[in-house]
Design a protein around this ligand. Sequence first.
Ligand code: ADP
Ligand code: MG
Length: 362
Amino acid sequence: MNNNNLVKGWEVIIGLEVHAQISTKSKLFSSSPTEFGADPNEHVSFYDAAMPGMLPVLNTYAVDQAIKTGIAINGTVNKISRFDRKNYFYPDLPSGYQITQMFFPIITGGYIDIILQDGSNKRLNIHHIHMEQDAGKSVHDMSPCYSYIDLNRAGIPLMEIVSEPDMRSSYEAVQYVKSLRNILKYIGACDCNMEKGNLRVDANISIHKPNTPFGNRAEIKNINSTKFLGDALDYEIQRQIMETEAGNKIRQETRLFDAHTGETRTMRSKEDADEYRYFPDPDLKPLILEQSRIAKIKSELPELPDAKKKRYINDYKLTDFDASILVEDKVVADYYEKAVNASKTPNESAKLIANWILGELF
Ligand code: ADP
Ligand code: MG
């Protein structure tokens, strides 16, 4: 991973779109279970299979999780948002459109603070969060002559968390995803199990010379681990520099990361938004949120990792490094505090207990 601001005189620009599966029992617009690991097509209602005449019913619990996430990342919860249809043809999308929020997302703005390698803070801004349905899955490797479709995932609620192009290195991008993951786990909005695909990242990356307009970006799709994210970005930075310095243009395109070779390769040239023929979903009313609902969710929010860390540093005199590790996992932080509070001399023991957890126990 690289944390230099310039690579061979080039400035790297990165913006991430993180798809987080919202932790719910049922899908976004139907009552089918979201449970992982069922046999193919076990969790498919008539609605999920897009049978004619089936109507969506919005999952209010999923909406609450998106509100909670918006508050946790310091964004604005919009009292009015709306669902739109994104039209495209693909075998794992039986309705021919995905319901998403193109024009009026539920959350706008917000930010995440990360710590750089020199210990300083950097604020990375979030553009918006919208809610949408996941698609089904095409299975190509079960038969030499057929592809199969599994619709268990079709309609599972997702939040897409779209950052501003504020990251300047693969290191910053990885720290952003780690911080975001911690927050989502703390508030229980997403399990963030990247192996199960609960958190997937699309990484947008371009290079340019400082003080000139941004270059064309490549979008690397569906990265499912923070290590792969760092590797894919590092590869892509080198590729874009080599291409540009050889006099070739970087095309705006979608690329895939191959974890076996550590390379990215072209998947398709990128569509423009108007090719999806977005329009408001006529089966769904605008989503209108009462202030009291937002306030209630806000009052129930647990202490977030950053606040907890600051408290450990102030009250328990821990180092930034130790505090960061303790708060990373809520289970560990809860355990730590329980142990400190059980001590007869909490303030004196706090440091000792931290050392013991970070050393012996780990
Ligand atoms: P799209 O709708 O095509 O995905 P957006 O404008 O919504 O495009 O941007 C998607 C992501 O790409 C955002 O996270 C944004 O920060 C990032 N991005 C935009 N322009 C650039 C660029 N030139 N280089 C790197 N990332 C970019
Ligand atoms: Mg996008």
